[in-house]
Design a protein around this ligand. Sequence first.
Ligand code: BES
Ligand code: MN
Ligand code: ZN
Length: 475
Amino acid sequence: MIFNSARSAAAGDLLITLLGEPTDWAQSGLDAEIIDTAKKAFAQKRDLLLLPGKSNRLLVWFGGKDNSDSDREALRRLGADAAELINRHCFSSAFVLNHSGSSSKAWDFLEGVALANYQFRKYRNSDEGLNTLNTLRIPASTLNAAELKELEIVVSATYKARDLVNEPLSTLTAVQMSKEFQTMGREAGFSVSVLNKKKIQELGMGGILAVNLGSPDPPTFTIMEWKGGRPRNKKPLVLVGKGVVYDTGGLSLKHTAKGMDFMKCDMAGGAAVAAAMYAIAMAKVPVHVIALVPASDNRPGGNAYVPGDVIKMMSGKTVEVLNTDAEGRMLLADALHYAKRYKPELVIDLATLTGASAMAIGPLGMVAMGTADEQVMKNLKQSGQAVHERLAEYPFWPEYGEEIKSEIADIKNVGNGFGGSITAGKFLEHFTEYPWIHLDIAGPAFLHTPNAYRTRFGSGIGTRLLYHFVKNYAQ
Ligand code: BES
Ligand code: MN
Ligand code: ZN
């Protein structure tokens, strides 16, 4: 989406007028006949009124909505409906005039329009079904320069996360993903360094190497860092994202249809933390933040790790592998251990970690647990409500840890039955020594059916959550 600041509409623009309560109809520049039609439509709870042809207008009604989280979400969804309407009528550009009396409502609505307009078209030769909308022209009276810039940043970061999730393994191996992260770093101004297989071996990252054994492609470990202006935090905030570029399950092979066929999404945590870094750096948030993405595919080939193997992790702990499909925790464990060297104030990891969390809460939110202060969890939840990337906090009682005790090694990589998401979290906890929150995004990372402005397939979930949280954290 192209966002242009513009004083006036260009030829062919759809004229979008945002209206709210109280409405100064006289100020709206609409003629009497249109005002009459609009009043009738809005009274019937129709919030979008398209008047194509000579007037070329879309009237949008924000009446009755305030700044509550649920109304903000309703505004985004209204934006998604508007995007659908605009594309159905084949407009390619729009000029957006705000007479709603609220720039934050205009912002939410436009976020919905722009996020809904996303499509992954890279591999389609025909234009069939291609969205026509590509440009939003926005005067300063609708959004000031800073608001417009931030909207553009949040939207483009989310697009980047989605693009990465939607990219298949054939074009997004671990090495290629680390290159994409480097490109993002160059564009946004954060530093990126990539550890290759040799370096990963030297560091003794046994979990990453074990998962990678069955793959013909090497693993990577990407370290991204942003230290903006005068950061408010003395010790860094560390973000960790699962970067499994494809999860076949390994020898504990998944079923292909409906089990494996969308497992290119298993790096959605990595995509989200990289996209959040992009947004944070683009917006020059005064914060010190580091992102780590351990990456590999998980395959059953050649020398693949087997159920029964005992793996020595970077931390020195030993893990009995009883299911090679519980690979995410193996990679993440080494990354969480690596994070200790930064003496972090807080670590947040995002991972498409367990089918159990997707089964439990579906695509409606993410599962959260951890050891950080209650207040930190509360703040993260509040960010989740604000951007509608919601958190459902699970219990994290010590007894769940009993489930991953092993006879053979220090711990095993699967639990005994119940609480699959929590026992995965308990596994990770073994590799942390700092305040930490784990977010299991297996449910919302990849959407099988169209979902308003979250679109279909890769949702980019986590990007807007982390950006919102980190921005507040820096204040
Ligand atoms: N990547 C999967 C989890 C997943 C499932 C993500 C559905 C997105 C949608 C993960 O690596 C996995 O396979 N987890 C296993 C763990 C089990 C073997 C303990 C699972 O949930 O079945
Ligand atoms: Mn798996
Ligand atoms: Zn996985």
